[in-house]
Design a protein around this ligand. Structure first.
Ligand SMILES: [Zn+2]
Length: 693
């Protein structure tokens, strides 16, 4: 291509998606992103570079930024059959974006490669995709994967920014979407390796734009002449639907491709013990056996179903101090475990799977420097990454933990040995390994560890190896869990603690994608003046989201109204439990538009108001039967119509069989319940089990 010719426009059509690229003398620009079915421009008027690359001089550490729109020696666009390539070249750097067109789905699957022929320069990070979406008007929504997933409205008119280093609790999956009732866009990376990447959502109110950015730290960042290749594909797809449809696009890819998606049988996970899949409720508290065993037994007796118990401070070392030296245990631990198990309680002690205290025997550096240091994560200057969590040493100074590198044999062996000792010697049913699925990968640059420096997917692979070695060594009736729900560890864990699901506007996208693949358990139940209503909202939402209920202090049973509501939800879940571990989540039913709201202070980080509908809804399918679940968490009866598309599942609403199920019993009901207005009674949880006749 000659550079002194006038700019040429190249049109790429993928089904109803039409992209217009301008190839200028020194760059390529995406000018337009149209939904041709509606003749609607989706791209914001402020044009962003298609990609950006951060380069670093190996000697001087000076940074250079390259963008797709300018500064290139030559550019070209090649069109093939159902594919095209955008090519940028300069003396020592070539960039290629290759797009595969899927007309049926109006989507493009992108490859992104950078070839770096300059030994003096290193690719530090690369951004792609990066796209600003135009104002989708009053009903415009943005979905992003914080916690269970979250939908925000009206972002084009207010300041908003969210960013996370995937995989972590606030960026649990790799897709976002922006949509209104007619059109929208699904933007994702379908990366089967769960590589480290920063996913950002940012509103730019002046430009009436919401910008989505995926930034990838490069493998071997800082090493001259490193190349970059996007792991998997970036995906742009026209969206006809909402967050649930976005989740289904992602799930369809995930099931067949992601390395962390487990094998599922007819009854869900084949490698998770049945007791864990069937479990409906969790208690958690802290202390020695004498302090807590009687309370947890009473809790289990009150509920009358099997109970999981998450045991904190079973060890003699203080919490968040002197890790990882968890032994010896506190007095009575071994007997306490057995006594609880005899009462139908499954015991799961806490450990941390990521941290080694830099002063790991009181204020003394006992083994950190002599044993742990070589296996700790380090930055490019060789400094260890450290973290503090509010705990203090006996001299009042903060406990400073080194973050351990999961690829190292020392750390893998250390955590495995702790788990095996708890399981073999103390006969616990499970071990909770804190922080694995709760913290972003650290960009470890220690060359002696043998993994690529900085970016890539070695971090999650380190944990995969560690967890696999534990799974291989424990009896089949034991299991492992971790904190939060970063997706990349699903195959090697049996449960994710969903306690961070605390946001206004959250939707069950994670359960919609991962139902059956992992059991989610536990919200943070907290205090305050609205604690009672917050408890109902959380327990009700857990039920319809398919989570195991609770993660609550066993003393809840002493609060009559809360205890009765909690027990009702747990016992209804027990009747429906198979749907959650062996079934799939369907789009939740919607109720009438004028549904009254409830709000309460959930006390997540200080005062924390969350608003939900008074009646929370869920839909789950198991073979040919569907349950619709409704929980009225408010203090008032609510009359509403239910909108749910039974015909989509081959069920005729006029002739179907309908059973109404509550914690206390089951009754045949008339299928007109679905077509007429229904009263949802205050504080009541009910399920309708529906089958074609
Ligand atoms: Zn490392």
């Amino acid at each position: 291509m000659m550079y002194d010719q006038p700019p040429a426009i190249t049109i790429i059509q993928a089904g109803e998606m039409k992209l217009s690229f301008e190839c200028t003398s020194d760059g390529i620009v995406l000018l337009s992103f149209m939904d041709t079915a509606l003749d609607c421009e989706l791209m914001a008027s402020q044009i962003l570079p298609l990609f950006s690359i951060k380069m670093r001089n190996v000697e001087t550490k000076e940074e250079t930024h390259l963008t797709a729109d300018t500064g290139w020696k030559s550019t070209s666009i090649e069109k093939g059959d159902n594919s095209f390539s955008l090519i940028w070249e300069m003396d020592k750097l070539d960039v290629r974006l290759h797009g595969k067109i899927d007309n049926a789905n109006s989507s493009i699957y992108w490859n992104f490669e950078i070839e770096n022929k300059d030994k003096d320069m290193s690719i530090w990070s690369a951004i792609f995709p990066q796209i600003g979406i135009a104002d989708l008007s009053d009903d415009g929504c943005v979905f992003f994967p914080r916690g269970p997933g979250e939908v925000q409205k009206g972002l084009w008119d207010r300041d908003f920014r969210h960013q996370g280093v995937y995989p972590e609790p606030w960026t649990v999956m790799q897709f976002v979407s922006a949509y209104n009732r007619q059109t929208g866009l699904y933007i994702a990376t379908h990366d089967p390796n769960a590589s480290t990447k920063t996913i950002s959502i940012e509103s730019r109110t002046n430009e009436k734009s919401v910008v989505f950015t995926f930034e990838h730290p490069a493998e071997n960042m800082g090493v001259g002449g490193n190349n970059f290749e996007l792991s998997g594909h970036a995906v742009w797809q026209l969206l006809r639907g909402d967050w649930f449809d976005s989740a289904m696009i992602y799930k369809n890819w995930l099931k067949e491709n992601a390395r962390w998606y487990p094998k599922l049988g007819k009854n869900g996970r084949t490698d998770t013990p049945d007791w864990m899949k069937e479990l409906c409720v969790w208690a958690t508290t802290s202390g020695n056996a004498e302090q807590l065993v009687p309370k947890v037994k009473q809790f289990a007796e009150f509920l009358g179903v099997p109970v999981g118990f998450h045991w904190y401070n079973w060890h003699q070392i203080p919490f968040d101090n002197d890790y990882p030296h968890y032994f010896p245990v506190t007095d009575g631990f071994a007997d306490g475990v057995q006594e609880l198990q005899k009462s139908g309680v499954y015991v799961m002690p806490y450990i941390n799977g990521r941290l080694w205290d830099t002063r790991d025997k009181g204020t003394e550096d006992y083994q950190f420097t002599s044993v742990a240091l070589p296996s700790a994560t380090k930055d490019e200057n060789g400094e260890i990454y450290t973290e503090s969590y509010g705990s203090v040493e006996s001299d009042g100074s903060p406990v400073k933990f080194g973050v351990m590198c999961p690829t190292t044999e020392l750390w893998q062996t250390k955590i495995r040995d702790i788990c095996l000792r708890l399981i073999d010697e103390y006969k616990v049913n499970a071990v909770y390994i804190d922080q694995i699925s709760a913290m972003s990968p650290r960009l470890c640059m220690d060359k002696t560890h043998g993994h690529p420096l900085g970016g890539g997917h070695w971090w999650v692979e380190g944990y995969w190896e560690m967890l696999q070695s534990i799974r291989d060594a424990i009896p089949k009736d034991r299991m492992l869990t971790s904190e939060c729900n970063a997706e990349a560890y699903t195959k090697w864990l049996d449960g994710y603690l969903s306690w961070t699901w605390q946001y206004d506007g959250q939707v069950p996208a994670f359960p919609a994608v991962y139902a059956g693949a992992i059991q989610n358990f536990g919200r943070a139940y907290r205090g305050g003046e609205t604690a009672d209503i917050a408890l109902k909202m959380k327990a009700g939402q857990q039920l319809v989201f398919g989570e195991q209920i609770g993660w609550i202090d066993p003393s809840i049973i002493n609060q009559k109204e809360n205890a009765d509501f909690f027990r009702q939800v747990v016992r209804l879940r027990y009747k429906l439990r198979e749907y959650f571990y062996a079934g799939e989540m369907l789009r939740p039913p919607s109720l009438t538009d004028n549904m009254p709201n409830v709000k309460a202070d959930w006390q997540w980080a200080g005062e924390w108001w969350v608003t939900t509908d008074s009646v929370l809804t869920g839909a789950w399918k198991l073979e040919d039967s569907i349950v619709l679940i409704f929980v009225n968490v408010s203090d008032n009866d609510v009359i509403s119509e239910v909108n749910f598309d039974l015909a989509k599942y081959g069920i005729n609403v006029n002739t179907c069989e309908l059973k109404s199920i509550t914690a206390d019993g089951e009754s045949q009901a008339d299928s007109s319940l679905i077509t007429n207005e229904t009263t949802f009674f205050a504080h009541q949880a009910v399920a309708w089990k529906i089958k074609a006749k």
